[in-house]
Design a protein around this ligand. Structure first.
Ligand code: PXG
Length: 465
């Protein structure tokens, strides 16, 4: 480490203060304190710089959110202007602010046509808490208050609040805090590599099978007790699990058949990630509710929300009376002003079209080449999301022993070589900013190959193969 200074303090100094006072999310505090956090100081386009001056290609868009890349002036200007004019006012007591109205109006243009109403929150987790309240309120208003149960998937991710973590299917999260809360049940995920391959099914047959696990669960609980089904179009935090194309249409058919609300959690898939404005459009569903966050502001400021489809909106508005739910920051004017600037920029730069027609297909091509690497069992991409599965034996697809944590070894090489790629189980995943160019995708693919080569060399040297 050099004695590079940032704001007059050395990296070691920042790390010591970080360890002394800052409790990081999803972190083993003691282990991080021992190793020291990487201090990220600056961003431009698809690149970050740390306090040692190292440049890093951010292939995770911050945390699946910085879709327009770092340093976009229109977003900075929108925030500055709004901070000067009106940094905050609430929307509780028969008041409203222009940015919140404008954002709702713009979303009504961009969202699928059944969505004309929008409820704002501060994050994806809060938005999913709103979904639970709203879904149960809907059924109470429809005279079926016993419809309480929400079905979701194992290995889905819906946030970290009590309701978000309950909807999510991360067992490690349920173990801490007595979760899930009552009335939330899980079915198995549509993960062909994990389940379909073992069942000996083709991808498309497996997609139908996985959707029918929903029908089995509905029949087990009794359709009259089931309120909604929630899922991410592509599971992000679970490892970029792209479902077979047969899956979502069958889920839609089952929800329709039993009158169950369909909720699409688009916190990651929304706003162009899949090559459509929303993942439900890519996979052919017509959800009743959509959860959004992250990409709505490209992460420049926190904002989330729920798109409320006609069926639910009509009940809430016409039969509802007061909906006793909301957050201080519902419709925060600065966040909404940045949201408007961000969505306008995505439109101007034609980023959704670019992902669909150019960069998405090009990344798929590059991943097709990465699939040849001796450590790679399978690759999957959808728009600008990509995953590769590490295997010990490419012939049999036998995995590495779990205790080797091979993906973390690979992640270590990424960290050291200026690439941010996430490790999830045996999968290495990316979701680069939507502004990434073909040349930058080449650079990303070359870094991925280099890190795979270094991981392979470790495996050979240590006798793991
Ligand atoms: N739904 C989905 C689909 C998400 O991906 C949330 C809800 C919750 O959003 P907030 O804003 O409350 O964090 C998310 C968040 C990871 C990772 O490791 C992914 C998320 C958050 C933190 C880590 O991939 N997604």
């Amino acid at each position: 480490m050099t004695d590079h200074l940032y704001r007059g303090r050395s990296t070691r100094d920042w790390q010591a203060a970080d360890a002394a006072h800052f409790l990081h999310p999803f972190t083993d505090f003691k282990a991080l304190a021992a190793r020291g956090a990487r201090i990220v100081t600056r961003g431009e386009g698809i690149y970050l710089w740390d306090s040692e001056g190292q440049r890093i290609l951010d292939a995770m868009s911050g945390l699946w959110c910085v879709n327009v890349g770092y340093g976009q002036q229109p977003l900075i200007d929108a925030a500055t202007r709004q901070l000067q004019e009106l940094p905050f006012y609430n929307s509780f007591f028969q008041t409203s602010t222009p940015p919140a109205i404008e954002l709702a109006e713009l979303l009504a243009q961009l969202a699928p046509p059944q969505f004309q109403h929008f409820f704002f929150a501060g994050s994806g987790s809060e938005s999913n808490d709103t979904v639970v309240r709203m879904v149960r309120r809907y059924w109470a208003l429809m005279g079926q208050p016993q419809r309480q149960v929400i079905i979701s998937r194992w290995n889905g991710y819906h946030g970290s609040t009590m309701a978000g973590a309950s909807l999510g299917g991360m067992r490690g999260m349920h173990e801490q805090g007595g979760l899930p809360i009552p009335g939330i049940v899980h079915i198995e995920q549509p993960h062909w590599w994990e389940h379909g391959r073992r069942l000996g099914l083709s991808r498309e047959d497996f997609g139908l099978q996985a959707a029918r696990w929903l029908e089995d669960k509905i029949l087990e609980i009794g359709a009259e007790n089931v309120a909604a089904f929630i899922g991410e179009p592509v599971q992000g935090a679970g490892g970029v699990i792209v479902p077979p194309d047969s899956y979502w249409p069958e889920i839609q058919r089952i929800c329709d058949r039993y009158g169950i609300l369909l909720v699409s959690d688009e916190v990651i898939c929304g706003f162009g990630r899949t090559g459509q404005w929303f993942g439900c459009e890519r996979f052919g569903t017509k959800p009743d509710l959509i959860t959004f966050a992250k990409g709505v502001t490209s992460g420049y400021v926190p904002l989330g929300g729920v798109m409320v489809g006609q069926r639910v909106a009509e009940a809430l508005i016409e039969k509802g009376g007061e909906f006793t739910h909301g957050y201080t920051y519902s419709g925060h004017p600065v966040a909404c002003a940045v949201g408007v600037a961000n969505l306008n920029l995505i439109r101007e730069l034609k980023l959704v079209e670019r992902v669909r027609e150019e960069t998405g297909p090009y990344m798929a091509e590059l991943y097709g080449q990465i699939a040849e690497h001796p450590l790679v069992g399978e690759v999957q991409t959808c728009g600008l999301m990509g995953a590769l599965t590490l295997v010990r034996d490419k012939g049999t697809n036998e995995p590495f022993a779990p205790e080797l944590d091979i993906a973390m070894v690979c992640r270590g090489h990424c960290f050291g070589n200026g690439l941010i790629m996430r490790a999830v189980g045996e999968r290495m995943i990316v979701a680069p900013p939507l502004v990434i160019t073909r040349a930058q995708l080449d650079e990303m693919a070359a870094l991925i190959r280099h890190c795979l080569d270094l991981t392979l060399a470790d495996a050979q040297r240590n006798g793991w193969l």
